[in-house]
Write a protein that binds this ligand. Structure first.
Ligand code: THU
Ligand code: ZN
Length: 298
């Protein structure tokens, strides 16, 4: 990861390299750029906000984990406050391809785990696939979301996804990134990692199944990364909570070998469950990673 990132830095214009290199070589760099950092990069490079995002794409793609395709996709989302969040595709060997995370899903979920609630733009180095167009149609503000690609004029999501199927077709008003807490009690959970997973479940987006669920990953140095379940009106493009927690760890610069343990919390008596898939994906990553599991009741 670190080598890929420093290699990607050399693809940026010189004026940007000198500004960005201090930030990305900091071990605490979180694959985000604050509005102040964006302003500094714009001033140094003379690029507009939109042109800057295109120029930064090699940095985002450097976070890709692609043992199957070796095809690295990078995405950068812009929150309405001007913060940029990077993302890249993540593949898992030893499980079915449906466990894959697309770069767009990665950048969006990364922003969500850090509190973003309304994205205005997404910049990607390849045209978004149909599954990603559907995933993005679940977002708060999907109607106004702008998709920006190299060599193409920016366009709205609905230009890329005409006659969209979405939450309203199922009578659902809540949107991805904008759910209120589901208020499941978590104060009495005495295992800290499990409590982090339960707190993530409270912020999950699961209006179709009601399977409010969350995962927390602990790394060997004691860091916690939480992931909320992101359901989709078309069901299959939903992103499981393990993937969202792994996205958070990956974007903080961690590798799977640095994972010590994982916790999954989901509501009891739901129509769906993440237990089997979470266990299967973790087994494929490393069968020695322990999984703590608990159901939650209102
Ligand atoms: N991929 C994306 O990340 N976004 C897209 O919309 C197109 C496909 C990834 C998924 C997989 O890791 C690889 O590219 C090959 O499809
Ligand atoms: Zn896609």
């Amino acid at each position: 990861m670190r080598t890929a990132l420093t290699n990607a830095l050399t693809q940026l214009p010189d004026a940007l390299q000198s500004v960005v290199s201090d930030w990305i070589t900091d071990t605490h760099f979180g694959a985000t750029f604050s509005p102040e950092q964006v302003a500094k990069m714009e001033a140094a490079s003379g690029l507009s906000d939109a042109a800057l995002r295109l120029t930064l794409l090699p940095l985002a793609a450097a976070y890709a984990v692609t043992p199957i395709s070796h095809f690295n996709v990078g995405a950068i989302v812009r929150n309405e406050d001007g913060t940029l969040y990077m993302g890249a595709n993540i593949e898992f060997t030893g499980v079915q391809l449906g466990q894959t995370v697309h770069a767009e899903q990665c950048a969006i979920s990364h922003a969500w785990t850090k509190g973003a609630t309304r994205l205005t733009d997404i910049t990607i180095n390849y045209s978004p696939c149909g599954h990603c167009r559907q995933f993005m149609n679940e977002l708060n503000g999907a109607e106004a979301l702008i998709i920006q690609l190299p060599q193409t004029e920016p366009n709205t999501l609905h230009t890329y996804l005409p006659e969209p199927f979405g939450p309203a077709d199922l009578g659902i008003e809540s949107r991805l990134l904008a759910d209120q807490s589901h208020a499941l009690p978590t104060e009495d959970i005495d295992i800290p990692l499990l409590k982090a997973a339960a707190d993530a479940a409270n912020l999950s987006h699961a209006p179709y199944s009601g399977n409010y669920s969350g995962v927390a990953v602990e790394t060997h140095d004691g860091q916690f990364f939480s992931g909320m379940y992101a359901e989709n009106a078309a069901f299959n493009p939903s992103l499981p909570p393990l993937q969202v927690a792994l996205i958070a760890a990956n974007m903080a610069g961690y590798h799977w070998g640095e994972i010590r343990s994982v916790a999954l919390a989901e509501v009891a008596d739901s129509t769906v469950s993440h237990l089997a898939d979470t266990q299967a994906t973790l087994d494929a990553i490393d069968p020695d990673i322990p999984l703590v599991y608990s159901t939650l009741s209102a």
